[in-house]
Write a protein that binds this ligand. Structure first.
Ligand SMILES: NC(=O)c1ccc[n+]([C@@H]2O[C@H](COP(=O)([O-])OP(=O)(O)OC[C@H]3O[C@@H](n4cnc5c(N)ncnc54)[C@H](O)[C@@H]3O)[C@@H](O)[C@H]2O)c1
Length: 362
């Protein structure tokens, strides 16, 4: 099997998860270079990880190294340009969330994929644990009945100091607030599991923090299949919890966790005394016990590269959460109910998450 030559762009906080994933991939990958605009940080990282080539800009790295795969781990506003550059240099890309700043950028990235024959995989590690794969199989077999009610709560806590890093808490550089920075993983999972959403109404504000972007966003949504749901994201909640509850006709499925889950975080229930009680132990029995991790997603990506196929979190599977977040913010700024598919090239929310508006309603 081919060993892929990998470069990393951005050696900040999240690089640890990517190093863990790359080490897990063993001899399927060789880390050939790292890039960071912060020279001291880059040097320390390369020394610690024994990476022989460090660069302070991506253009130099791409021409010197010509990697097969690039991990883009920089602040959100830089993702679009870096992804295009990497694709044009012939590399596949594994890019951190949020993939880019807008639907406009996403659609231009898709054109670059077509032009270059390479793909971008967005990091959504929550989709890759054994419990989610198991649940997807149950849903595909229609074992649990129709989806009815979904509750998606990302109630976290970030002190003011967290937002005071230069790129954070600004529309221009973080591209949004709690919604794009924190709620995005569980919300992506919710939409991945529950079917196409139809419309959304949202209230959001910078509650208790003097910053531009949302610290709280609360949305209600309807799904094409008739189900209803709520998505609540906060970064001002002292007792932190990540909670997903999916009510189907025959079972309730819940995940209670914080940043990662294993099988133990998932619970299946049914109506007391119903015939489905006989199914519970089967539903609750999950093969293997892998957490949703960067490593699991990377393993799948390397397989996609082997067979030269689109990785699973790309294309429409990657656009869904961007469109959802653009719609969520449009509803929060305008007070309108926003329908899926309604934000097009004539809409300011196609070009940025805040639709060029200055501040969220008080
Ligand atoms: N998947 C997850 O669970 C998860 C968790 C945390 C962060 N993230 C995402 O990872 C990305 C990075 O977040 P972080 O917390 O590691 O940020 P960070 O600020 O800790 O690190 C970013 C690094 O990128 C470098 N950088 C900035 N611009 C650059 C450029 N143009 N070229 C090369 N290097 C550049 C900075 O010097 C810094 O070292 C963000 O998109 C964030 O949303 C994902």
């Amino acid at each position: 099997m081919k060993t892929y030559r990998v470069a990393i762009i951005g050696t900040g906080a999240i690089v640890t998860s990517h190093i863990e994933a790359l080490r897990h991939a063993g001899d399927r990958v060789e880390i050939v270079a790292a890039v960071d605009t912060d020279e001291a940080k880059l040097k320390a990282f390369c020394e610690q990880q024994q990476i022989s080539q460090g660069f302070t800009n991506t253009t130099d790295m791409l021409s010197a190294v010509q990697p097969d795969l690039v991990h883009v781990l920089t602040p959100p506003f830089t993702h679009f340009d870096l992804c295009v550059q990497c694709l044009e240099a012939g590399a596949w890309v594994y890019c951190e969330k949020p993939l880019c700043a807008s639907l406009d950028q996403f659609d231009r990235l898709s054109e670059a994929e077509v032009r270059t024959g390479r793909y971008i995989n967005t990091v959504f590690q929550w989709r890759f644990g054994s419990a989610v794969k198991h649940l997807k199989r149950l849903l595909a077999a229609n074992e649990l009945g129709d989806p009815l009610v979904g509750v998606c709560n990302i109630l976290w806590y970030r002190p003011l100091a967290y937002h005071q890093v230069a790129w954070r808490a600004k529309w221009a550089t973080e591209t949004g607030g709690a919604t794009v920075g924190h709620g995005i993983h569980l919300t992506d999972l919710f939409l991945y599991l529950f079917g196409d959403w139809r419309d959304i109404r949202t209230i959001a504000k910078s509650l208790d923090r003097p910053i531009e972007v949302d610290t709280v966003a609360m949305s209600t949504l309807r799904f094409e299949n008739g189900a209803m749901g709520t998505v609540n994201t906060s970064t001002v909640s002292p007792r932190q919890e990540t909670y997903l509850r999916l009510d189907f006709q025959r079972a309730t499925v819940e995940c209670t966790a914080l940043y990662r889950y294993t099988n133990e975080n998932w619970r299946f229930s049914t109506v007391d005394g119903s015939p489905d009680e006989a199914n519970l132990s089967r539903w609750q029995t999950i093969e293997q016990n892998t957490k949703g991790s960067h490593a699991e997603q990377l393993t799948e990506m390397l397989h996609s590269m082997d067979v030269n196929e689109r990785p699973s979190v790309s294309g429409a599977e990657s656009r869904r959460i961007l469109e959802f977040n653009a719609s969520l913010y449009k509803s929060a700024f305008t007070g309108e109910v926003v329908e899926r598919g309604s934000i097009n090239e004539d809409d300011p929310f196609y070009y940025s998450m805040n639709g060029a508006m200055e501040s969220l309603p008080k």
